[in-house]
Design a protein around this ligand. Structure first.
Ligand code: UDP
Length: 321
C-alpha cells in the first residue's frame, strides 16, 4: 500500500477478456495498476482508454519469465483460455501455467503480496458428479487434448496451496466456470463467440455433437464482482464462480439464433474429444462466504454481448474469420 492508502495491483493477462474488465474496475476505483501481457490472446486496444493515466502502466511481458515490481496484490490471469487457443500450442500452455504461476508465487512470497489465481472449472475434467462442488476432486484425462489446460490448472492450484502452507503466502483460488461478454475474441472458438459471430455474419450456427451437452454461462460483470470480493475476503481455499443456470448447447443455439435472426440455420459438426458432457457449478460457498451470486440473466448478457460484437465486427470485419 502506498502512503495515501492506494493499493498497487499487478495483473497478468491484463489485455485479455477477463483481465481488461478487471483493469477497468480497479482503475475506476482509483487504484494503481501494472498490467502484463504478451498479446498472445490479449489486445492492447482493450486497455487503450487508460494509457494516459498516471495510475496505469502496461508492460509487454511473458509470465514464463520472472519479473520484479513492487505491488500489494497480484491477480494472476495469464493463459490462453479457449480450447482452440490453449490447444494450438499445448506445450506452451503447460509452460505458461506452471512457470507463470511459479514466477508470480515467488514474487508474492518476496513481496508478502496477496495473490489471486484464476483457476478453472476445467480442473473437474469430464465430471462424474453433477453439479460440481469444490469438494469434488474431478475426473481428468492426463493425456488428452485438453490435459495441458486441465492438468495445468490443477498443478497451479497445488503450487498455490503449497506456497500457502510453506511460506504463509496469502492465496485466493478462483475456479472460474464458462464466462462470456464483450471483448471475447471473435475467433477464439468458444461457443458463445462462435454462435454470435456466425449469426451476425448470416452463417449457420455450428453445434458440436448432438448439442445435448450442457454448460452454465456467467456474464463477465458478475464474474469480476466475484473476483474482487474473493481477493478482498479471507477465504484461502478453492471457490467456484459461475452461473448455476444450466443450458444444453442446443438451447443456447436457439436462444442466440432467436436474438439475432430466427431464420438462421443450425448445423451439426463432430464433437471434439474429451468434451465434457455436463458442467454446472455449486456456488453455495461463494454465497455463504462472500454473499456473491450472479445477477445477469443469460438473455440480458447475450443481448449486450451481441451489441458489442455487432460494433466490433463493423469496425474490424476481418476479425470474424
Ligand atoms: N461448441 C459448439 N459449437 C461451437 C463451439 C463449441 O457446439 O461452435 C460446444 C463445445 O463442443 C462444448 C460447448 O460448446 O460442448 C462449450 O464449448 P466452449 O469451447 O465454449 O467451452 P468449454 O468446452 O471449455 O466449456
Amino acid at each position: 500500500m502506498i502512503g495515501n492508502g492506494i493499493c498497487r495491483n499487478l495483473i497478468t493477462g491484463a489485455a485479455g477478456f477477463l483481465g481488461s474488465h478487471l483493469v477497468d474496475r480497479l482503475m475506476i476505483s482509483g487504484e494503481k495498476v501494472i498490467c502484463l501481457d504478451n498479446y498472445l490472446t490479449g489486445r492492447e486496444d482493450n486497455l487503450s482508454k487508460w494509457s494516459h493515466s498516471s495510475n496505469f502502466q502496461l508492460i509487454h511481458h511473458d509470465v514464463t519469465k520472472p519479473i520484479n515490481c513492487d505491488v500489494d496484490r497480484i491477480w494472476h490471469l495469464a493463459c490462453p483460455a479457449s480450447p482452440t487457443h490453449y490447444q494450438s500450442n499445448p506445450i506452451q500452455t503447460s509452460r505458461t501455467i506452471f512457470l507463470g504461476t511459479y514466477n508470480m508465487l515467488e514474487l508474492a512470497r518476496k513481496l508478502k503480496a496477496r495473490i489471486l489465481f484464476a483457476s478453472s472449472s476445467e480442473i473437474y475434467g469430464d465430471p462424474e458428479v453433477h453439479p460440481q462442488s469444490e469438494s469434488y476432486r474431478g475426473s481428468v484425462n492426463t493425456s488428452g487434448i485438453r490435459s495441458c489446460y486441465e492438468e495445468g490448472k490443477r498443478i497451479a492450484e497445488t503450487l498455490c496451496s503449497d506456497y500457502q502452507r510453506m511460506y504463509d503466502t496469502e492465496v485466493r483460488l478462483m475456479r472460474i466456470f464458462n464466462t462470456y461478454g464483450p471483448r471475447m475474441l471473435p475467433n477464439d472458438g468458444r461457443v458463445i463467440s462462435n454462435f454470435i459471430v456466425q449469426g451476425l455474419n448470416g452463417r449457420p450456427l455450428t453445434i458440436y455433437g448432438n448439442g445435448k451437452q450442457t454448460r452454465s454461462f456467467c456474464y463477465v460483470d458478475d464474474l469480476i464482482d466475484g473476483m474482487i470480493l474473493l481477493m478482498n475476503g479471507d477465504y484461502s481455499y478453492p471457490m467456484n464462480f459461475g452461473n448455476p443456470q444450466e443450458f444444453t448447447i442446443c438451447e443456447l443455439a436457439c436462444l442466440i439464433r432467436d436474438l439475432i435472426n430466427p431464420k438462421l440455420d443450425l448445423i451439426y459438426e463432430p464433437l471434439p474429444s474429451d468434451d465434457p458432457l455436463r458442467r454446472k457449478p455449486l456456488i453455495s460457498l461463494a454465497k455463504e462466504q462472500l454473499n456473491w451470486i450472479p445477477r445477469v440473466s443469460l438473455e440480458k448478457g447475450l443481448l449486450s454481448t451481441i451489441d458489442w460484437f455487432r460494433d466490433f465486427l463493423e469496425e474490424c470485419p476481418y476479425q470474424s474469420d
